[in-house]
Ligand binder design. Structure first.
Ligand code: FAD
Length: 252
């Protein structure tokens, strides 16, 4: 698959099931990729036959292989693809971005998140020195964090309760940093709590909505899936299909 500027083609080298809901995808062939070095960095991922991207954290990048850990939920573009035998598939990755910004004077780091936040929390814990505490709202994924990581696993049966959890945390004395990601409505509630009740400025916390429980997948007026399939069947290049898609969308 050819890629546009700011995008990178990659091949799936390996696929491994880490748990019943978490699949590890290892990508190779990313010759021009440069990491931001920010430990919660993410990329947009476009899987075969799709034009819409979904964001995934770069769990690790060693200069040759990129590891993405994909949560498999009920339905979804990447969810469906990640459950197939995708080794050998070509995918597209966008430029990485990151937002974790640890202040120099932080004496502690607290990380809270659901299953989708495990990759970022694990990478942050590995790359940040000093005391890091983690609350993971999910069944335990055995061996996911390194030995000695201070992790509290919180299985949940009735949807995310991260907002309630955060209100029970006893924060250490002195300046620190709080990073958190998960379901968007929970994040909005927590953002209010952190700003109003704890009175922290944005330099002391980073809260990200990673997905929405209320937003169904949008059906686009120009559905890229069939357009791609038709284009390929007609022998068109990816560039020609991209151009056709852009024109159709511009004319909507
Ligand atoms: C910066 C950033 C980093 C992220 N990093 C990761 C990561 O490392 N690993 C990871 O798995 N996800 C990560 N996510 C979340 C991921 O992008 C979304 O969950 C995405 O919607 C999954 O795409 P999909 O194609 O499987 O489902 P979609 O086609 O987007 O959605 C289909 C349906 O599933 C629902 N849904 C979407 N996500 C979830 C979920 N997690 N649990 C339950 N229902 C859901 C939607 O509400 C929708 O109804 C990240 C998101 C952001 C913004």
């Amino acid at each position: 698959m050819s890629a546009r500027p700011g995008q990178f083609s990659a091949q799936v080298l390996r696929r491994e099931e880490l748990s019943s809901h978490l699949v590890r995808i290892v990508l190779g062939g990313l010759t021009d990729f440069t990491s931001t070095g920010v430990p919660d960095e993410w990329v947009g991922l476009v899987v075969p036959g799709q034009f819409q991207s979904r964001y995934y954290t770069v769990r690790s990048w060693d200069g040759a292989e990129m590891v993405l850990d994909v949560v498999v939920h009920d339905e979804g573009l990447v969810t469906t693809w990640a459950q197939t035998e995708c080794v050998g598939d070509e995918v597209t990755i966008s430029e990485p971005k990151g937002s974790f910004a640890l202040p120099d004077d932080a004496g502690w780091v607290h990380l809270v998140g659901d299953l989708t936040a495990l990759p970022a929390m694990a990478r942050i814990a590995e790359e940040v020195g000093g005391p890091v505490r983690i609350w993971a709202e999910t069944e335990e994924v055995s061996g996911y964090f390194g030995d000695g990581a201070a992790v509290t696993w919180i299985p949940t049966e009735h949807g995310s309760r991260l907002a309630a959890l955060v209100e029970t945390i006893e924060w250490p004395d002195g300046p620190g940093y709080f990073w958190m990601a998960g379901e968007s409505a929970q994040m909005r509630e927590i953002r209010r709590y952190v700003r109003r009740s704890l009175g922290w400025g944005s330099d002391r916390h980073d809260l990200m909505g990673y997905w929405s429980s209320t937003r169904a997948r949008q059906v686009r007026a120009v559905d890229p899936g069939p357009l791609y399939a038709r284009g390929k069947a007609a022998g068109k290049s990816d560039e020609e299909i991209w151009a056709e898609y852009d024109e159709l969308r511009a004319g909507q």
